[in-house]
Design a protein around this ligand. Structure first.
Ligand code: NOJ
Length: 516
């Protein structure tokens, strides 16, 4: 199934906003919609033309909003539905686009559907979640909630134990309580999901990042059921909202694209080897030069081939679930890492603050189900004013404590310093925007990505344009066989590569883009 892709996605560079921590305009210590609006010019100035906002709906915030208690209402801590609509309008005024975070797999236990489904007497919501028919039977392979209802049964959970799994059916039901995708309950859940999408798209959002998109149909080993479910959603979108963009958190682009998604995230867990690059003991992006990029490239190529050789795999700089990039990558390596991230196919996603090298805040007590993720979710550091310009609230009321180091980076400082990471990222985005070959759909061919060796080299191409990218984070000169004779250096950090006699000599700690 080949899905029409909204044109703006071709050159989209996303900025992920964790709304709690971005900008607080009402002094309660928590970010809000007006705060996001006030910083849209900053995001645009950086060069990003699209944003993804983590869940901003009513929720008890046991998982930072990934536990929704009302899909149709903005969380009051951020503002009203009207404020969110205004945010959409402000985004569009700047020729930017906005994705909301859709959480289709589970709700909060506080959701009224779940409260109804707990009741012994059958009602409209009895089948909205995955329930067994006896408290003594647990749903296989899933955790469960039990012993809190008049209803006899255990309810499957999708993530934390306060996130009951919505019922989209089982691929091949084999217990009496397991429903098929065509049963009334699962069909009603799917229709409700479409209603939710219809509601926010109708209000002006441009699409969704979809949480755990591959998890919906249960006992669905090859994901055939879940793919069919998303194809059904795709038909609805084609009919009613053909320009809506859909980006999945799935990590299997072949499946997600069959399901009608436009792009899929490369995940930091599972088989992607993403962590080999940035988040392991010897990351590839380190001047120590002891990392290995080859397994990552191998997996990437497999997925690329399987997904119609399209630029559909989105590589994030980080996100609210993983350690900050700057926890393991430092100094110039951050710039070199961005030279890679911003020259790969698919839409790049920059996690707020990564563009200024915001650090992971160590040793924090978990906030709202963050656990180890909490340190990556601390409030944005804007400037040298109180609470780094994030909020006027007393420090102890901030959503999460901020980085206390005297040399903590701020956007203001980085903007003032022309050699900063901020300026490198800005430059890289601008170069990407000027060259089709570097954008989402440009092809990629890896030229050099050998085991335990540097550099990494690949060619991006589109129409008549071909660009060689050479990335060498290692603190030593390296060479590789290369028969390409570049015509023009369109970007370089550190000394440019010299090409002679079928060899390319790559200086230590460098990154370059060469048109040929
Ligand atoms: C993935 C989200 O990114 C994460 O933050 C959340 O905790 C789980 N899905 C559950 O929704």
């Amino acid at each position: 199934m080949s899905t029409h892709q909204p044109e703006w996605l071709d050159n989209a560079v996303f900025y992920e906003i964790y709304p709690q921590s971005f900008c607080d305009t009402n002094g309660d210590g928590i970010g809000d919609f007006n705060g996001i609006i006030s910083k849209l010019d900053y995001i645009k100035e950086l060069g990003c033309n699209a944003i993804w906002i983590n869940p901003c709906f009513e929720s008890p915030f046991g998982d930072a909003g990934y536990d929704v208690s009302d899909y149709y209402s903005a969380a009051p801590r951020y503002g009203t539905n009207e404020d969110l609509k205004c945010l959409f309008e402000e985004v569009h005024k700047r020729d930017m686009h906005v994705l909301l975070d859709l959480v289709p797999g589970h709700t909060s236990v506080e959701h009224k559907w779940f409260k109804e489904s707990l009741k012994a007497e059958k009602n409209e919501f009895s089948d909205r979640y995955v329930w067994t028919d006896s408290i003594w039977e647990e749903p296989q392979g899933m955790g469960c909630i039990r012993g809190i209802s008049d209803r006899d049964g255990s309810c499957a959970v999708n993530f934390f134990s306060h996130q009951p799994a919505l019922n989209y059916g089982f691929y091949k039901p084999d217990r009496p309580w397991q429903q098929s995708m065509d049963d009334e309950g699962p069909k009603a859940t799917l229709e409700e999901l479409k209603n939710i999408m219809r509601f926010w798209l109708g209000m002006g959002c441009d699409g969704f990042r979809v949480d755990m998109a591959g998890s919906l149909v249960k006992h669905d080993e090859d994901s055939k059921g879940t793919i069919a479910l998303w194809q059904n959603v795709r038909e609805f979108l084609d009919r009613e909202f053909p320009s809506a963009a859909m980006v999945s958190e799935w990590g299997e682009p072949d499946k997600s694209i069959q399901g009608g998604f436009h792009m899929d995230f490369l995940l930091h867990f599972g088989p992607s080897h993403y962590n080999d690059l940035f988040r392991c003991e010897e990351p590839f992006f380190s001047d120590r030069g002891k990392g290995d990029v080859s397994e990552f490239v191998k997996k990437y190529k497999e997925n690329y081939e399987k997904s119609e050789r399209k630029g559909l795999i989105c590589i994030p700089s980080g996100n609210h679930d993983m350690d900050r990039l700057a926890r393991s990558i430092h100094g110039d390596n951050l710039k070199i890492a961005f030279a890679f991230l911003l020259s790969m196919p698919g839409a790049p996603f920059i996690y707020y603050g990564d563009e200024i090298g915001m650090r992971y805040v160590e040793n924090l007590v978990s906030v709202e189900g963050g656990y180890g993720r909490t340190g990556s979710r601390s409030p944005m550091q804007w400037d040298s004013s109180t609470n780094a310009g994030f909020s006027s609230a007393p420090k102890e009321r901030l959503y999460i404590p901020q980085d206390e180091s005297v040399d903590r980076p701020t956007a203001e400082m980085q903007i003032a310093d022309s050699n900063s990471l901020y300026h490198e990222v800005k430059k890289l985005i601008a170069v990407r925007q000027q060259h089709k070959a570097l954008q989402s759909k440009g092809e990629i061919e890896f030229i050099y990505a050998e085991k335990n060796t540097y550099p990494l080299a690949y060619v991006r191409s589109a129409e008549n344009e071909k660009i060689l990218i050479v990335i060498n984070p290692a603190d030593r000169e390296v060479t590789f066989d290369c028969n390409i004779s570049p015509k023009e250096t369109i970007y370089s950090f550190g000394e440019a590569v010299s090409f002679a006699g079928g060899k390319a000599m790559v200086s230590p700690q460098s990154a370059g883009y060469y048109a040929f």
